[in-house]
Design a protein around this ligand. Sequence first.
Ligand code: COA
Length: 329
Amino acid sequence: MEKFKAGILGLGIGLPEKIVSNKDLEKIVDTTDEWITTRTGIKERRIASPGETALSFSIKAGREALENAGISPEDLDLIIVATVTPDMIFPATACLLQDALNAGSAAAFDLEAGCSGFVYGMALASQFINTGSYKKILVVGAEVLSRITDWEDRNTCVLFGDGAGAAVIGQVEQGGILAFEMGSDGGGGDFLKMPAGGGAIPATEESLAQKLHYIKMDGNQVFKFAVKAMARSARLVAEKANIPIEDIDLFIPHQANIRIIETSAKRLKIPEKKVFMNLEKYGNTSAASIPIALYEALKQKQIKKGDRVLLVGFGAGLTWASVILEWTG
Ligand code: COA
């Protein structure tokens, strides 16, 4: 039973300063700016410098989100960090963030749902708010994908970037998170994975020699899955919210590839002007991509009070997740 409405009270981002352009990548692997641009839409990405991690980007993003929400860290009941590149397997990056922010004794855990992680986190947070169990929750999507990227593999190294985006979720009078939809298909897990580093293949000289601690991807399979999953999940969440897709004011998809986004938008009959994209600047930042895009859309005044915003993520797992928000301003 929904007792309270949940919405976004403030947003923040944390990005590396270092920019790596397609031209820079031409010097590292056998690729061209033209290939990357036409196949993916990406022109440059932000890459972490030594010492920068998912935690350092989360701290920046989290502080800004708290400031924009007008609340102090001690007010947080829960911190969720969605990431596939935590600082360590344990303790959770969310716990390190709780300490760094001085967030009282907020509960904290990491959430691993690939690039859908932030939207999974929003859905989860909304439930705690709806029931009245918690009042203020920080949801962060943070990645340093550059640390698990094989910089000799042109199939993957041109796609990814680093950074974080954060949202404070709390009670709102009206609007807010109207509906969510999420799912998974573990049968497709092999299409996008980092095989080593967990319990199955711990770090050994052999695992290092075989480069098993890097992203392995079947790009064509992921592409096909993404297009189907995005359209299906968007339709399902629109049905749940009882909002026709044509009444969506802004579509903010996971920023993986311009062709995936355009194909999905076309299937959903969402016109180009209602589709937000910033992947040309950041590449695919996994769990960070949607909150960074949401933050920028708001900064660029592409979202105003009362607007219906559709967020759709997909990624490793395989997973997908959607949220429809009514912007509370
Ligand atoms: N530069 C130049 N050539 C490249 C290249 C690069 N960076 N990467 C791959 N190629 C080559 C391939 O080796 C292949 O060559 P071949 O035909 O001689 O074997 C050729 O380009 C075409 O490869 P293909 O896989 O058909 O390209 P594509 O048009 O499907 O695009 C992706 C490849 C990876 C961009 C695309 O499949 C994709 O975006 N998939 C989804 C990935 C994704 O979003 N992952 C994250 C999900 S959260």
